[in-house]
Every structure is written in structure tokens, then in C-alpha cells.
Design a binder for this molecule. Sequence first.
Ligand code: GLV
Length: 287
Amino acid sequence: MQVFVTRRIPREGLAALSQAGVCSIQQWDSDEPIPRSELLAGVAGKHGLLCLLSDRIDKEVLDAAGSNLKIISTLSVGVDHLALEEIKKRGIRVGYTPDILTDATAELSVALLLATCRRLPESVEEVKNGGWTTWKPLWMCGYGLSDSTVGIIGLGRIVPLAKLAEESDFVAVTCSLTPDTKGMCNKDFFSRMKKTSVFINTSRGAVVNQEDLYQALVSGQIAAAGLDVTTPEPLPTDHPLLSLKNCVILPHIGSATYATRSAMSVLSANNLLAGLKGESMPSELQL
Ligand code: GLV
């Protein structure tokens, strides 16, 4: 059996895949994304595909792969880059990497929240550019977590979104991107938030209407935003959001610890191998 791996991945994952003796591997062995034409050529005739969240696996890719393709294993917990209906129709099974990246992503969410509300990037910049002239009682003040209400979208019992926006001092978006959540944080949502509230997104950029977020930040409708995810990714360096001091943007690094990425690569390899052998996967997406 043949598999296609769309990027350079941690060596532990590649070793698990190659040492199993189940499949031959063709890989786009680069840190940079595979060009679409190479992806379409690479998947042709393959039985398995190991892909990333930045690879759009749509009808065109599935057609290019052909009927051999039985398993798609994504090195991510998010599956919004996969054309799930089309995949299901073709009887292709999907593996993904839930749970093992939860702690790393939670840590990053808290780090981003604190960096945003306590204005860390702005403060670091002031030290470098000479803006730090003396200790000033009114300088670089932000908002603290003590006695605050944190609203998490994507956790626990259902809370009406409007109520969460109105009552939270911090709003953290952690939900999946689905047709239901696309553009959910929009003008109406931001207009309900307090002027002193801070908005954080570590899920997917498209959950947020970015134009509406920009307006909310510029007009002072909300205090600040921290984004680990944007639309598109990467965000163009001349994007208006990058001109705002009250917006902290990270390059989608929620799961980026060495241990987590290694574990994700091994899990995605094991999902692929189990699928190729017709066994149940350690983490299979129920389609
Ligand atoms: C990260 O965004 C993931 O889906 O794993």
C-alpha cells in the first residue's frame, strides 16, 4: 500500500509510519506547504493520505486520488479543511488527533489572554524603542483576571451567546468551525460585549467576522483582542488588524510544544496504519 504525507512532520511520526512495514511512503519533505499541483499529483493512486490543517482536502483532491484512497489521517483536531460529506460518500475513513493537544492549546490560550489583557507585546516594544522613560502610574495599564468573568465558547453547557457576550470580561473562543459557528462572532456579538472586555480566539479564524472585529477594536467597542487564528493564514503583513496596538496576533501555535507535536505525529501515523490494516483507529472521526 502507498501513502502520501503532505509535509515534513516530527521524526517520531514518520518513524512509526515507516517502521510498521505496512506501506511505502511518498512525502512532501518540506516545512513549507505543498503546492496544489504537487498535492494533486502526489495523492494519485494512494491508499492513505496524511495531511495537515492547511491542506484543503476537497472533491478535487479526492478525484485526483482516485478510488484507492481509503484513509485520510489529519495531524490536527480540527477537521474543517476536509470535505466531510464527499469523504463519507466515498467510504473513506478519517483519523484525527483530539485530546493530546488540549493541554498545550489551553496553555497557549491562557498565555495569549494574559499577553493581550496585560499588553505584553506593546510593553516589550516600548522597552526596545526607548518609550520606557520612567515608572509611570498611568502607563501600560490593562485588565486583570482577578474577580473577572471568563466566558468560554466551546465548553460545557449551552449558554445563549448574547448572554455570554454581555456578562463576560474575557471571551475565549475554543469551538470547532462548522457551518453553524462560521462568522458567529460578528457586529451584533461585539456590540453586546463590554467596552472593557477582551476577546480571545484559539479555534479557527472563520468563527470571527474579522471586519466586524476590526471595527469593534478601532471604535473602542471592546478593549482588546488576542488571536492565534485568522482568516486567511498566514495573515498578510499589511492587514489592518496588524496595525492595531490592542490586537495581539500569533501564527496559529496553539499545539506547538515539542512533546505535543511529536504525540500528534505518532497518533496520526497510528491512525493511518490502523486504517490501512482495516483495524479500528486510536482516534477515528465518526462521519
Ligand atoms: C489545530 O488547530 C488543530 O486543529 O489541531
